[in-house]
Ligand binder design. Sequence first.
Ligand code: AMP
Length: 434
Amino acid sequence: MSRAEKIKAPRGTFDVLGEQAGVRATLEARARAILEGAGYERIETPVLEATELFARGVGASTDIVQKEMFTLDDGGGRSLTLRPEGTAPVCRAYVEHGMHKRKQPVKLWYLSSFFRHERAQAGRYRQFWQVGAEALGSEDPAVDAESIVLLSTLLEEMGVRGIRLRLSSLGSRESRSEYRERLQAYLREHEASLSEDVKGRIELNPLRAFDSDHEGTKRVMEGAPRLLDHLGGEDSEHFARVRELLEAAQVPYEVDPTLVRGLDYYTRTVFEFTSDVLGAQSGVGGGGRYDGLVEQLSGPPTPGMGWAAGIERILLAGEPPPVVVSPVDLFVALGEELREEREGGDELRSSRVVRRRAAFELLAEARSAGLIAQMELAGRSLKGQLGYANALGARYVAIVGEDETVLKDMQGGGQETIATETVIHAVLRALRTL
Ligand code: AMP
């Protein structure tokens, strides 16, 4: 019979194994400490959302909505999408649960997986993880600055190398719409030199021309009018305050008037952290203010500010602190079977059953007493069990016999034979004096 082909994880997805799971847990613990310490509350939203949430929330002209969503039919004629980003779902939840009635700002954080139908490459996947933070209900520039400082702290604690922070302001919707017309006129004047992609978006999303890699477009954009030079008075004031506060917090940044970011919902502050060690996919995390988004999702007018950072990129560019593995306090081993037991009659077999049961009970007791304990689960010989316990770094091994147990000190080297019911006590006492 021919064997069927092996099934692999789909393109652009990956398994998280062993040490990787450990560093991810460290990242999550650091994010929790930093964000919850600043009053952010954890939120989990569903993996599937109504497609309309992203069409309305992220914007019909964005790459995400135009070509990157995994969309499916729920069988009842409703279109669902695997979440491609976290801000629109958090705003949906804010509206759905009437969070505008709480004390503002409401601060929420998440660490979840997201899905985009992208061309998979190093640092760009189809299922990836983001840690994100959103603060809703206040337009105070201190919210913007605090939010940016928190991400900066997380990246620093994860040892992300070669960090740069670029910062800009897109102004309010009003100042942007005037500027948009000016930019559209400029782009039409230079249409012949632009990429097809950019040409096609002059009407819908002219600002995205700043993101283009196309040489001709890049040259045209060097002379393009800059949004930062056309901000209204209040927007300039807001931006100046954000900058002042970042300086007070000693977070270095560069103002980059070409930073537009790919999502339609941003207003005023936008920012992006990049790392020099990441090559082409240099974005580690970014975000900004989205003062109109909640209202666009049928909520009350509510300002908002947030960011998301890619877990894989943080780990690629970072030198995370070493994973601390809890040592095994006690390994419960089974005494060597006698040959008669293996071959012998019912009575002898029942003695083996008694020992296995005693070992299993000892394991449960050790865990209830708060010890980190493991037990032999693969039928190894006694020698094999001791080798395995050693590899686990176990401090003590209990070799369980029918009435008595040999307790072996794996670091000190000694051993003693004691009654099985006194083993836990002996281990606890020994660990206390270590
Ligand atoms: P965005 O939601 O596009 O602003 O992305 C925020 C961050 O998420 C980026 O800076 C990346 O670190 C990460 N990210 C976005 N898309 C992907 C992807 N396809 N694969 C891995 N990480 C991603």
